[in-house]
Design a protein around this ligand. Structure first.
Ligand code: MEV
Length: 440
């Protein structure tokens, strides 16, 4: 097998032919698999092709909705793009549970994003500090004026710029740390453009300054200029609360449930093995809404897990307390989202998702996403501490197996009843399937 040069320059058909010839013995069936997902509407297909490079086809994900979410007294149907069966069902269940208990509440705890120019300078520390305050800060602002103009018109821009001395960690390591308000955009391009300009300004200004010796000037090395995906000052809180006595439902004793639930959260707060799974469940809800609304779920994941380990050990993103007979359950999530720019106006399904949410601004969307995470965690812990999760999961598992077997609607109905009091396993489903098919 030979490496290929210029793959990206080939047409889509040529790329597919090369790939299938090289790895799949030219299988026409394999080409058909890719082609069956092409959109008939050529313009729509081109739009999707252009989102990325070397695009061969479209990758479908289920796009669903979890209704009945009461958030800050407003009723939402939350769009979710997720492949994992039972996530949307769990969200809907939690939404319904809290609908009659005051709903969810969200509040923004901060809306500052940040980024850094990481650089090395072996010269006099005091001189660079003085130069930074007396000369550079204003010059950074002047030199980025053309980049910040539009953002300032929308109410955002650069909030602060400071020099951070990191030489106790790495010899000669300094940062220009800047904070930004990017209003309703996620803001990555804006922040990175500003930072790259700061690094150029730093180089130019130091080269032209009389304050530094030639040796000091030569020691300056810009390592990189990039936003941070950890945004502890861009934070949202979502919470639910109600009297403990209102937590019970059929077959569940309210007080006992509240205590057990709180223990489950405490365990995730201190035990990283449990915290990983606990937070994974939260991200089931968070990512599904983030993807449906065209946002960057990798950035959101990075921020969430950094936050979860901020104390030096990895722990739960959610917290719970019972005080004076009241149950309170909440999440603080650092999360950078946009409702303008990026995919938000380009992808028709993303536009649809934002439309059904009533065209939220970035802060409102932060609240909705945090609520989806909290709801997911509530549903998971409620199942885990009462019936166990397999009960709910097994129905979806059963349907997935039946889909693989090509079951008819009538057979699906039969299996739903058949497995009502039995454990679903692949073997058990296939055996029963073969038995009833043989019987005719
Ligand atoms: C499964 O995707 C998520 C759960 O494992 C989360 C949890 O254990 O809290 C159910």
């Amino acid at each position: 097998m030979e490496p290929i040069a210029g793959f990206s320059k080939l047409s889509k058909k040529q790329k597919i032919n090369w790939l299938v010839d090289t790895y799949l013995q030219g299988s026409e069936d394999a080409k058909e698999v890719l082609q069956q997902y092409w959109n008939k509407d050529a313009e729509l297909q081109r739009l999707h092709d252009d989102f990325s490079e070397n695009t061969l086809s479209n990758y479908y994900m289920p796009f669903g909705v979890a209704p009945n979410f009461l958030i800050n007294d407003k009723l939402y149907a939350i769009p979710m793009a997720i492949e994992e069966s039972s996530v949307v069902a769990a969200a809907s269940k939690a939404a319904k549970f809290w609908l009659n208990r005051g709903g969810f509440h969200s509040q923004i705890l901060g809306k500052k994003k940040l980024g850094h120019v990481h650089f090395i300078f072996y010269g006099d520390k005091e001189k660079i500090k003085q130069f930074f305050d007396a000369r550079l800060i204003n010059k950074f602002k002047d030199d980025t004026a053309s980049i910040t103009k539009n953002m300032e018109k929308r109410g955002g821009g650069i909030l602060s710029i400071q020099l951070v001395d990191k030489t106790d960690q790495i010899e000669g390591y300094f940062q220009i740390e800047a904070k930004f308000d990017t209003v309703d955009s996620m803001g990555a391009n804006f922040i990175n453009s500003c930072l790259e300009q700061f690094s150029k300004t730093l180089e130019n200004e130091m080269a032209a300054s009389d304050l530094f010796s030639q040796e000091e000037k030569d020691s300056l090395q810009i390592v990189m200029s990039i936003l941070s995906n950890y945004t502890p000052e861009n934070m949202v809180r979502a919470e639910v609360k109600c009297p403990v006595s209102e937590l019970g439902e059929e077959g569940i004793e309210a007080e006992e449930f509240a205590e057990k639930f709180m223990q489950a959260v405490r365990i995730a707060e201190v035990e990283p093995y449990r915290a990983a799974t606990h937070n994974k469940g939260i991200m089931n809800g968070v990512d599904a809404v983030v993807i449906a609304t065209g946002n960057d779920f990798r950035a959101v994941e990075a921020a969430a897990h950094t936050h979860a380990s901020r104390g030096g050990s990895y722990g739960s993103l959610t917290h719970c307390e019972i005080k004076n007979g009241e149950f309170r359950f909440w999440i603080d999530l650092p999360i950078a989202l946009g409702t303008v720019g990026g995919l938000t106006s380009l992808h028709p399904l993303v536009r649809f998702a934002l439309d059904i949410l009533g065209k939220p601004n970035a802060q409102e969307l932060m609240g909705i996403v945090a609520v989806a995470g909290l709801a997911q965690n509530f549903a998971a812990l409620r199942s885990l501490t009462t019936t166990g999760i397999q009960k709910g999961h097994m129905k979806m598992h059963l349907y997935n197996i039946l889909n693989q077997l090509g079951a008819t609607d009538k057979e699906r109905d039969y299996f739903t009843i058949y497995f009502r009091d039995k454990t679903v396993s692949h073997h058990a489903v296939v055996t029963e399937f073969n038995r009833i098919r043989k019987k005719g």
